[in-house]
Design a protein around this ligand. Structure first.
Ligand code: AMP
Length: 359
């Protein structure tokens, strides 16, 4: 068991080598930490900026052992870490943050909404189904239109389908792969918001101002922050974030996606137990961004301030859009963040820009 706070010179382990791991590694290095990354690809965004790279599958016992031995604390940059890997890391003596429970809750949409409701966080009405017959029954109870989602492994709008007619429910269940699903009522939201928050090892909670998000084809396109929000709605978002963090005995940064209704009330769509794309605005809009905040939290350091110091429009650069780096870099109020990915496949997140305006 390491002694917290971890002193500079300690090693932070990160499972996953994508852009979130890269930005975590950059933040950690600013605080004097080394980062060891476990990633299955030999060439990855995080793998090229970390002090030590372990190339192994996420469930490879030897790789996990090497990570546990190298790191004083292990964290991750994606939520679909196999539960068995987390258990193995713990077995090899690693301190893992956020913990196994946060991952388990976030990995299953039904367990997630059940947890949220039990902790005073409102969601849409929902029902679970494991067979086509149950799916038909669930849609009949929830009403149409309903959204059918696989309970596990969906992201960026994948693994989900609208059901407009109860008669289609069985066919859609099969088209989603015949795996267990959750059927959700349609949320008549006016805006999609998100709140990024952190909880330290001592239980301290710090919440960033809300972001307003726009998606295209199920993928985040832009976040504007701080969102123009009524004080009661902002207070409700803070309450929700704190309930989730305390309910999971969480350590680290979390992203909470919210639906805002016409009356200003909020429903939680989902939680991401990690730094989040809708929190990238904090890199240029806050003194301590979400990446440093996560490193501070898992290392047992005091959390940093979360107030906005600028107004940011964050725009994701998808596919070949990152090829415009030269003109983007020439815009005086635009901060360019590129992930160093080799291949610009269509729709792939290659980078983002933060356009900065005074508050
Ligand atoms: P998710 O994969 O759960 O983040 O959903 C992807 C997107 O689908 C969300 O950002 C929303 O735009 C939309 N969506 C998800 N769930 C619902 C719902 N219950 N009602 C309406 N829209 C939804």
């Amino acid at each position: 068991m390491p002694q917290f706070p971890l002193p500079p010179g300690s090693t932070i382990g990160v499972l996953g080598g994508g852009q979130l791991g890269r930005m975590l590694a950059e933040a950690a290095s600013r605080l004097g930490f080394d980062v060891a990354v476990l990633e299955r690809e030999a060439d990855s965004p995080a793998g090229r900026v970390c002090a030590r790279l372990i190339v192994a599958a996420y469930d490879d016992g030897e790789g996990l052992r090497a990570l546990a031995e190298a790191a004083d604390v292990v964290t991750f940059e994606f939520e679909n870490v196999p539960a068995a890997s987390v258990a193995q890391l713990a077995q090899f003596g690693a301190e893992v943050a956020p913990g196994a429970r946060a991952l388990a809750v976030a990995q299953d949409r039904f367990d997630e909404k059940t947890f949220l409701n039990a902790n005073g966080c409102p969601t849409v009405a929902f029902a679970a189904a494991s067979t086509a017959a149950e799916a038909i029954d669930a849609v009949a109870r929830i009403g149409v239109p309903a959204l059918m989602k696989t309970r596990r492994e969906g992201y960026d709008g994948k693994g989900q389908s609208w059901v407009k007619d109860v008669a289609d429910a069985g066919r859609i269940f099969e088209a989603l792969g015949g795996a267990r699903v959750i059927v959700e009522a349609a949320a008549p939201f006016v805006r999609e918001l998100s709140v990024i928050a952190a909880r330290g090892r001592d239980g301290e909670v710090a919440v960033y101002p809300l972001g307003e998000n726009q998606h295209e084809n199920g993928v985040l396109r832009r976040t504007s922050a701080p969102a123009d929000i009524s004080p009661p709605t902002a207070a409700e978002a803070e309450r929700i974030a704190a309930r989730i963090l305390d309910g999971l005995d969480y350590v680290g940064v979390i992203g909470v996606e919210l639906f805002e209704m016409a009356d200003g009330s909020l429903l939680v769509n989902e939680i991401a137990p990690r730094v989040h794309n809708t929190g990238h605005w904090t890199q240029d809009g806050c003194q301590v961004d979400q990446f440093e905040q996560h490193i501070r939290a898992v290392a047992g350091w005091p959390l940093g301030p979360t107030d906005a110091i600028a107004r940011i429009e964050m725009l994701n650069l998808l596919g070949d859009e990152a090829g415009a780096w030269r003109s983007l870099a020439a815009e005086p109020a635009t901060r360019v963040h590129l992930y160093g990915k080799r291949a610009a496949k269509p729709g792939r997140k290659m980078g983002h820009v933060n356009r900065v305006r005074p508050l």
